[in-house]
Design a protein around this ligand. Structure first.
Ligand SMILES: [Zn+2]
Ligand SMILES: [Zn+2]
Length: 86
């Protein structure tokens, strides 16, 4: 039996159909729970770094040309820092 727990976000980032944006430090996908765009860190850590936050803003507003405000609170998943665009 494997001790490694499967991580939904690590699985999602292998599936290119889900990925809206792949940057240097973050990914953006459509959240499968609330269907809003969600950014998350590539690595497992619960808080965005300053550089990651900058890249999230860049991805949502510049690369994807979306509007709204960024909800920085982790939702449902705590292995990766994650943020939703509302
Ligand atoms: Zn993961
Ligand atoms: Zn969601």
């Amino acid at each position: 039996m494997s001790a490694v727990k499967m991580c939904a976000l690590c699985e999602a980032k292998k599936d290119f159909n889900f990925i809206l944006f792949a940057g240097r430090k973050i990914f953006v996908i459509n959240c499968h729970i609330c269907c809003r765009p969600m950014a998350f860190t590539m690595d497992h850590h619960p808080k965005f770094t300053y550089e990651e936050r900058e890249e999230v803003r860049y991805a949502f507003y510049k690369a994807l040309r979306l509007q709204g405000h960024i909800d920085w609170k982790n939702k449902n998943i705590f292995d990766h820092a994650n943020a939703h665009l509302r």
